[in-house]
Write a protein that binds this ligand. Sequence first.
Ligand SMILES: Cc1ncc(COP(=O)(O)O)c(C=O)c1O
Length: 483
Amino acid sequence: MTVTGRQVSRARIAEIAAREEQGYRDRTPKSEALFQRARQSLPLGVASSFQAYDPYPLFMGDARGSRITDVDGNEYIDFDMAFGVLAAGHSHPLLAEALQHRVANGTCYTFPVEDGIELAEEIKARFGADLVRFSNSGTEATMDAIRVARGYTGREKIIKMEGGYHGHHDDVLVSIQPPRDLMGPTDSPTTVPASAGIPRSRIAETVIAPYNEPDAIAAILEAHAGEIAAILVEPVQFNIGVVPPNPGYLERLRELATEHGAVLIFDEVKTGVVLAWGGAYEYFGVQPDLFCLAKSIGGGIPIGAFGGKREVMGVIETLEGSQHFAGMGGALGTGIEHSTIPGGATRVAHLGTFNGNPLSMTAGLVTLKQILTKDAYPRLNAMADRLTEGSQGVLDEYELPGYAINVGPKGCVMFTPGRVTNYRDFIGLDSDLWAASFFYLANRGILLPPGPDDQWTLSVQHTDAEIDRYIAVFREFAVELTA
Ligand SMILES: Cc1ncc(COP(=O)(O)O)c(C=O)c1O
């Protein structure tokens, strides 16, 4: 499908972008001062390079519900929600109360707690899983799931989709947004590192496939017969705007993984417990062998998790062919006399000082059992549809080149004339138009993620009035743009 729109004057876009960026600077002098100070101590002036953007990031003071306030005292309706972490909203009262109690009673034991069992049981129920383990971030969850898949299959290569982001470990920090001249052929993209410092040997283990092209996956599986441990996919590509799977795509991946003995891993770090009570698994009705969670399951406290079928997750207990584990090998599964596995490992190691810490477990439990309950989703979806329809109405009325899209309570305006089905379409996005809109909206109290590759996320604490405010400001932007 092609979305048409009038040609918006480039000069007009540049003029509005420059004016709004200046307005941003005028409103946020304390953020700028903190940024200058931060640069003396933190590379790029931030703790994660994702937080850096030009001219400088807002420094935030506090947040509650759907609102966030910067250090200059400007209040925003938060549609970023911490890169999609906060489907529960900021500091939900139920969470704040439970965490106060937890903080007063110890936040880290490195002994297990009952809340961890209950949270695992809840995740199992939502995702149709047999076993679950906890980590501290989405990065750890995908890293651990890949190791489990490799341990289970005895194979080393993985398939990752071009344009997909799965965290910052070496195996997956490739072909995130590769430059045009390096990305290679459409059907068999080149594996392009997204960072310096990644060994060539790691890159050789990650085979890149175009998203939404099942035939390309089939061809890769044939070409690497018996070598692919896992197919890793984000069910909706949420790191290039909002790119849903074509009908039948996830089902076909399921079939191909089974046919070729590869583990199908759904990265549900953004989709899990957000698209639906049971995440993308429930939303699309396709069951992977393993899934990864993080972000929203903790309600704003760091957490990660992965889980799936007993047969696959069971390798954390014992690998087929091993018989005993004890002592140091009890944890690592190495150096055990009775192992028949090359190298002696008897199990896949999954470790972490903070895994299952009581703070994260309580946060997860309250978030899932008391806030993101089944009855939260109809309202979240209705608000998202309202925002998408309102935004689309503005795009249509002013004939802007772009379209509004959401999947569950996550959506965005894609500023591009054609539908995006994979990363190569996404490259056509009008980033100047996006930037003009970002600063225009921010200066009027509507905060979006600071990049065209991310999207808005609604929380249970947003209101229809806030959605309507967003649409009204977006309309003002369209009026000025086309005046
Ligand atoms: C789909 C997906 N997977 C994994 C990650 C990594 O999660 P974290 O930043 O918690 O390490 C992200 C982060 O944005 C993500 O969007």
